[in-house]
Write a protein that binds this ligand. Structure first.
Ligand code: NDP
Ligand code: 8X3
Length: 253
């Protein structure tokens, strides 16, 4: 049966791959992000390639009012949501906390933690009404292990991990599955954003080994979303084969 998926941050990277994977399967997909032009291009692409039903909502998850009231933007026939993929997020900067820009810290906490929570709360009435919904939060291996020059990002992703675990307990009475997926290195626009457009620094992150792709993460999300009703994957850590934990890479450089 066709499902309806709500994907935050679908204008690039993992979110785009998730939207594509479900659209390819014939599911209906609500895609969101701040870049309106990209959202519309992706919607046309997925409609054209797969005959998929796509609905777009352009907004910033940090906007509390918009996120908390996001269901008001959904026409009635889009209000039966089966899966929420909380993916929108970023790392900003790579400095010791002492030298970091506090605006970067705010951006990460406001987006990765507060935005994710606002959007979840905004959509919960629809997910509860569904009776068998699924929330999939994209955390990070940086939410499992801390590394240098990333205190703010790690703090935000540890918070995502804790929030995910707490939500799973609180939502038990509503038969809502809650899954946390925690990737290692995935080659997307993530590092371009983190290094504020510095392509040399961004590319260096993925040099000397084969990183994960957004499509790899989408495969696993799709798998976890299509398990039998009584089966919930709680917590998934996924890395490239050349990465073991946050600190160890086998690179050929
Ligand atoms: P990308 O930069 O390619 O994609 C990030 C997506 O999030 C974009 O669609 C962006 O859309 C959206 N986004 C960012 N900020 C906001 C905001 N304030 N409001 C709404 N949408 C927003 O990176 P990834 O695909 O790699 O990142 C997706 C998630 O995966 C993030 O949560 C990231 O932390 C996590 N992750 C990434 C890893 C990696 O190595 N790449 C590893 C582990 C986790 P727009 O700019 O249009 O708003
Ligand atoms: C992104 C992976 O290792 O850059 O969450 O923090 S890492």
């Amino acid at each position: 049966m066709k499902k309806t998926i709500f994907v935050s941050g679908a204008t690039s990277g993992i979110g785009y791959s998730v939207a594509k994977k479900f659209a390819e399967n014939g599911d209906r997909v609500i895609i969101t992000g701040r870049r309106a032009d990209r959202l519309e291009l992706i919607a046309r692409e997925l409609e054209g390639a797969y005959g998929a039903e796509i609905f777009t909502i352009c907004f910033d998850v940090r906007d509390k009012d918009v996120s908390l009231n996001v269901m008001d933007q959904l026409p009635e026939h889009w209000q039966h949501i089966d899966i929420l993929v909380n993916n929108a997020g970023l790392a900003a900067g790579r400095d010791s906390f002492e030298n970091s820009d506090i605006e970067d810290f705010d951006a990460m906490i406001d987006t990765n933690v507060k935005g994710l929570a606002y959007l979840t709360k905004g959509l919960l009435p629809l997910l509860v009404k569904n009776g068998k919904a699924h929330i999939i939060n994209v955390g990070s291996i940086a939410g499992k292990q801390v590394y240098a020059m990333a205190a703010g990002y790690c703090a935000s992703k540890f918070a995502v991990d804790a929030f995910t675990k707490g939500l799973r307990i609180d939502l038990l009475p509503h038969n809502i599955k809650v899954t946390g997926i925690h990737p290692g290195a995935v080659e997307t626009e993530f590092s371009i954003v983190r290094f504020k457009g510095d392509e040399t620094k961004a590319n260096a992150v993925y040099t000397g080994y084969k990183p994960l792709s957004g499509d790899d993460i989408a495969e696993v999300i799709f798998y976890s979303a299509n398990l039998p009703a009584h089966v919930c994957l709680n917590d998934i850590v996924i890395t490239p084969t050349a990465q073991a934990g946050i600190h160890y890479f086998h690179k050929n450089i």
